[in-house]
Ligand binder design. Structure first.
Ligand code: DP6
Length: 374
């Protein structure tokens, strides 16, 4: 698939109005995406667990407007108008307009809510952008299905079958243009984004479900997210990605991510948890090492992030547990562990880690099934 394959043939748009609702989860990367080229093309491939409980639900209502000048939309978060979300959505609409030529035909009302606390430091861009992309795909699907030109001569008709695979692939393609990691939030389990020679079907343009065998050890893998700092990040991911241009260690980092993705294939197959831990923790610390060695340099971890990491290491050493951590672009810690260890690890979290969380807050999550239409 190329970008051009996502541009629909002209349709006669006779749909007046409607509404769709999708719920889409967040995801946590094991091999991280950090650094991108133009048009949201990643510098290296990444792989993530799709989460289950951390979700965004978005209802998109659309009604035909009389003119075609500019985008017209309003945004609500938990019922409250959110004009500060508009610039990001306007940028997204501009990026995807060529792939969704109906965008200027309608006025949109976007009503969104997250299951995780607002400004918890949990990125809502992955779940939010994927939910929005899916609502837009539902609109495109109904326009095409109601299209009178489907009865037109073959030469005019779009031959591509509008099947579920294409729907999800294009939704992932669009979500990527909103926020890179969002393209990994549509399907369940493990999702790969970025071309990698050893992963069949992988693409820089959209996420694909991890296509190989995964050991039982990873079934219902747990992710408890410790909320260390709920404040606004000082440096956004987008700015951080840009600092990988001209970064002294960029090339080595991109090569390392490619190698880690090769290595994780046999780890996922064999269920070798010690190797999994070593790879995942190294990825997390390398991500933050890239931030600390950018120009300008910055630190997103907080003292309590390090306290938690040290506690996890001590607990693992003392108990033989297969607990490990990963980080995204912030201070919160994702604690990963097999389902079989859940009772003991939760006790450890409550006894020793909650003290380092802001307002003692944490969220218990698990690998999920991906987005769903409501
Ligand atoms: C550290 O997807 O938020 O979470 O494409 O600029 O929206 P944009 O960035 P974003 O970056 C996420 C980076 C990360 C690693 C990852 O999820 O792979």
């Amino acid at each position: 698939m190329t970008e051009k394959d996502f541009i629909p043939k002209p349709y006669s748009n006779s749909l007046e109005s409607g509404s769709f609702t999708w719920s889409s989860p967040s995801n946590i990367a094991l091999v991280k995406y950090w650094g991108k080229k133009e048009h949201q093309i990643p510098e290296n491939p990444s792989i993530s667990f799709t989460l289950d409980n951390c979700k965004t639900t978005t209802n998109l209502t659309f009604s035909k407007k009389s003119n075609h000048d500019g985008f017209s939309f309003e945004v609500f978060l938990d019922g409250e108008q959110k004009d500060d979300f508009k610039p990001k959505i306007e940028t997204f609409f501009k990026r995807v307009e060529v792939y969704l030529p109906f965008l200027k035909d309608y006025h949109f009302t976007l009503e969104t809510s997250n299951t995780f606390p607002h400004s918890s430091g949990i990125a809502s861009s992955a779940s939010g952008m994927s939910a929005l992309a899916l609502c837009l795909m539902s609109i495109e699907k109904s326009i095409i299905e109601s299209d009178v030109t489907l009865n037109a001569p073959d030469s005019y008709r779009d031959e591509r079958p509008f099947n579920n695979d294409y729907f999800i692939q294009k939704a992932s393609f669009l979500a990527r243009l909103g926020s890179g990691s969002a393209c990994r939030s549509l399907e369940g389990g493990l999702v790969v984004w970025g071309k990698h020679d050893n992963i069949e079907g992988s693409s820089d343009l959209y996420g694909v479900k991890y296509p190989y065998e995964v050991h039982q050890n990873f079934k219902n893998y747990q992710d408890t997210i410790l909320l260390v700092d709920k404040g606004e990040k000082q440096v956004s991911s987008t700015v951080g990605h840009n600092l990988m241009h001209g970064h002294p260690f960029a090339q080595q980092r991109f090569e390392q991510a490619n190698k880690n993705l090769s290595d994780i294939i046999s780890i996922l197959k064999s269920g070798h948890l010690d190797k999994f831990i070593a790879l995942v923790e190294s990825e997390a610390l390398t991500l933050h090492a890239m931030m600390m060695t950018s120009q300008p340099y910055f630190i997103l971890m907080k003292p309590n992030t390090l306290e938690i990491i040290n506690k996890i290491w001590s607990y693992r050493k003392a108990s033989g547990s297969k607990i490990c951590f990963t980080l995204d672009a912030g201070a919160n810690v994702h604690v990963l562990y097999p389902e079989s260890e859940a009772p003991q690890v939760l006790e450890f979290i409550q006894n020793e880690l909650v003290a380092f969380c802001q307002n003692a807050q944490y969220i218990c999550d698990v690998i999920g099934l991906g987005a769903s239409k409501l």
